[in-house]
Ligand binder design. Structure first.
Ligand SMILES: Cc1cc2nc3c(=O)[nH]c(=O)nc-3n(C[C@H](O)[C@H](O)[C@H](O)COP(=O)(O)O)c2cc1C
Length: 188
């Protein structure tokens, strides 16, 4: 068995180890309270976990207003923004809805099957209903079924993959560092 030489590797502080799993697609989670007040929050820790039934998980800190809204309404929308929305995405990810009505700075529409609002300037939307909640350290995992999903026509290929010539995703590296894709699909 080979041994890694200590000069070639860097120990990463364990609380930053997640960055070794980035870049991750950045999404915006929208939700609303029982009075129909909406809110949006940037999230990188969101991923699919089942295809049939279609399910996703989002990790949300209990400190967020989004946590309160998702916990009580049991629904949310995952909005997928493109790189031209980076300023909005930074804002949604640095200010809490507890302090400001973030939606006043966004173009907002209604979800089809959930009460949560949707961000009209996004590329794709997944409407979700929570089925399960799991505490995981300083975040709570909301496991949810996708009940409706739609995408801007020209952003998608026939095989239901993104057309990366037309859609440039926001990819989060960590901290305030982001990247996106250059060029389109590459065949290996
Ligand atoms: C790129 C990026 C990714 C983020 N990912 C998450 C995440 O996955 N889960 C989370 O709880 N907070 C995440 N945050 C932090 C929240 O977006 C931020 O605390 C936001 O202000 C919470 O808003 P709210 O209180 O209105 O819900 C992220 C922030 C940024 C900038």
């Amino acid at each position: 068995m080979g041994v890694l030489s200590a000069v070639d590797v860097l120990n990463v502080p364990r609380e930053k180890a997640y960055r070794l799993l980035h870049p991750k697609l950045v999404v915006v989670i929208s939700s609303s309270d029982e009075y129909g007040r909406g809110n949006v929050m940037t999230a990188a820790w969101a991923m699919p976990v089942s295809s049939a039934p279609p399910m996703v998980v989002v990790a949300i800190s209990p400190k967020r207003l989004t946590y309160e809204y998702v916990k009580s309404s049991k629904e949310f929308v995952i909005n997928v923004p493109s790189i031209d929305l980076i300023d909005q995405v930074r804002y949604f990810g640095s200010v809490s809805g507890k302090e400001e009505n973030k939606l006043s700075r966004a173009k907002v529409g209604n979800g089809r099957r959930v009460k949560a609002p949707i961000l009209l300037d996004s590329i794709a939307w997944l409407e979700c209903k929570v089925t399960n909640e799991v505490e995981a350290g300083d975040h709570v995992l909301f496991i949810a079924e996708v009940i409706e999903a739609y995408v801007k026509k020209d952003a998608l290929e026939e095989d239901i993959t993104y057309n990366l010539e037309r859609f440039k995703p926001i990819l989060h590296l960590g901290g305030d560092s982001y990247t996106t894709t250059i060029g389109g699909k590459v065949t290996f």
